[in-house]
Design a protein around this ligand. Sequence first.
Ligand SMILES: [Zn+2]
Length: 376
Amino acid sequence: MAGTIRLGRLFGFEINVHWSWFFVFFLVTATFATSLLEGLYPEWTVSRRWIVGGAIALIFFVSILLHELSHSIVAKRYGIAVTSITLFVFGGVSNLEKEPESARQEFLIAIVGPLTSLAIAALFTAGYFLLREADDGVGAVSGNLALINLAIGVFNLMPGFPLDGGRVLRSVFWAQRRNLLDATRAASNLGQLVAYIIMGAGVLGFIFGDFITGIWLFLIGNFLRSASAASYEQLFMNIVLKGVPASTVARTDFTAVSPDMSLAALVEEHILAGDGRCYAVVAGDQLLGLVTLTDLKKVPREQWPSTTVFRAMTPFDKLRTVSLRDDLPRVLAQMASGDINQVPLLEGSILRGLIHRGDVMRYIQMRQEIGTVATS
Ligand SMILES: [Zn+2]
């Protein structure tokens, strides 16, 4: 993930923090230093309140770390390697190297995190009841840490995928439908619904109530919405498109033109005749380049009769191409990195077909509609 700093290793897991965590750390420290500690210890110096506030923030940090570690330890027990644990503004993310193998595994890996937070909350609650009589403020601090951990546990139990609650829900769908992709789609849709409700509450809060809380709710909702949508898309790409050969969607009925054809002839004979926007320029079956409407428009109209296709085309060495061995995720990656809508399918330098973005999208849509593929 971008914007993360490596802290070190713990129990064999790499621990990272996202930069946003430093902001949270400061916010938690400041909140304790300026409100709770000021009320409890009016005789303390300001710097002492900030130091103790920082120590409380550190305990908060450790609480979230324990939550994430619990996920990772259970995942590891099922043989799923955890590449890293990243702590960021809303908690943490354990990066599992692969998806769990069964609904049961997923359920246990997901539920252990919130349970850990709730257990920590219970410990601090016990601390609150044991120490509140002592009247030295430690009980009150303990009570606040209990509330924070309770909030972490409850927030993560929200049924929005990819939060823990959403994963729990996905494991239930998975057990019912015996299909991971279907279950992920259902959990992702519900996650997006929950996200819109949170964003809506944020907008209402922004207008009618607390400005800051409104903004926070909106940001959290928006984060959840994009994470939910991305989680399904990514799994879909991995499960459905992986290994599907690029040739599946390649058109072999593309129009090839010879390099010495003039642009005027190209317009007259092909473009106006409705042969499309993109033409392969070939000599024999060797691909020399592609000429598209975009290339054509770069040449002034009065030069069309005197300019050859060869001079106007995007030459072979500047093209992004795929080979017969490549699969659809590779095709999409090539289109995305070049911001282009078609890639030639090659065998060596011999043109075997043209792949249009629209055809890939139609394929994806069709697979989505057909739905159930044997993935469970
Ligand atoms: Zn969690």
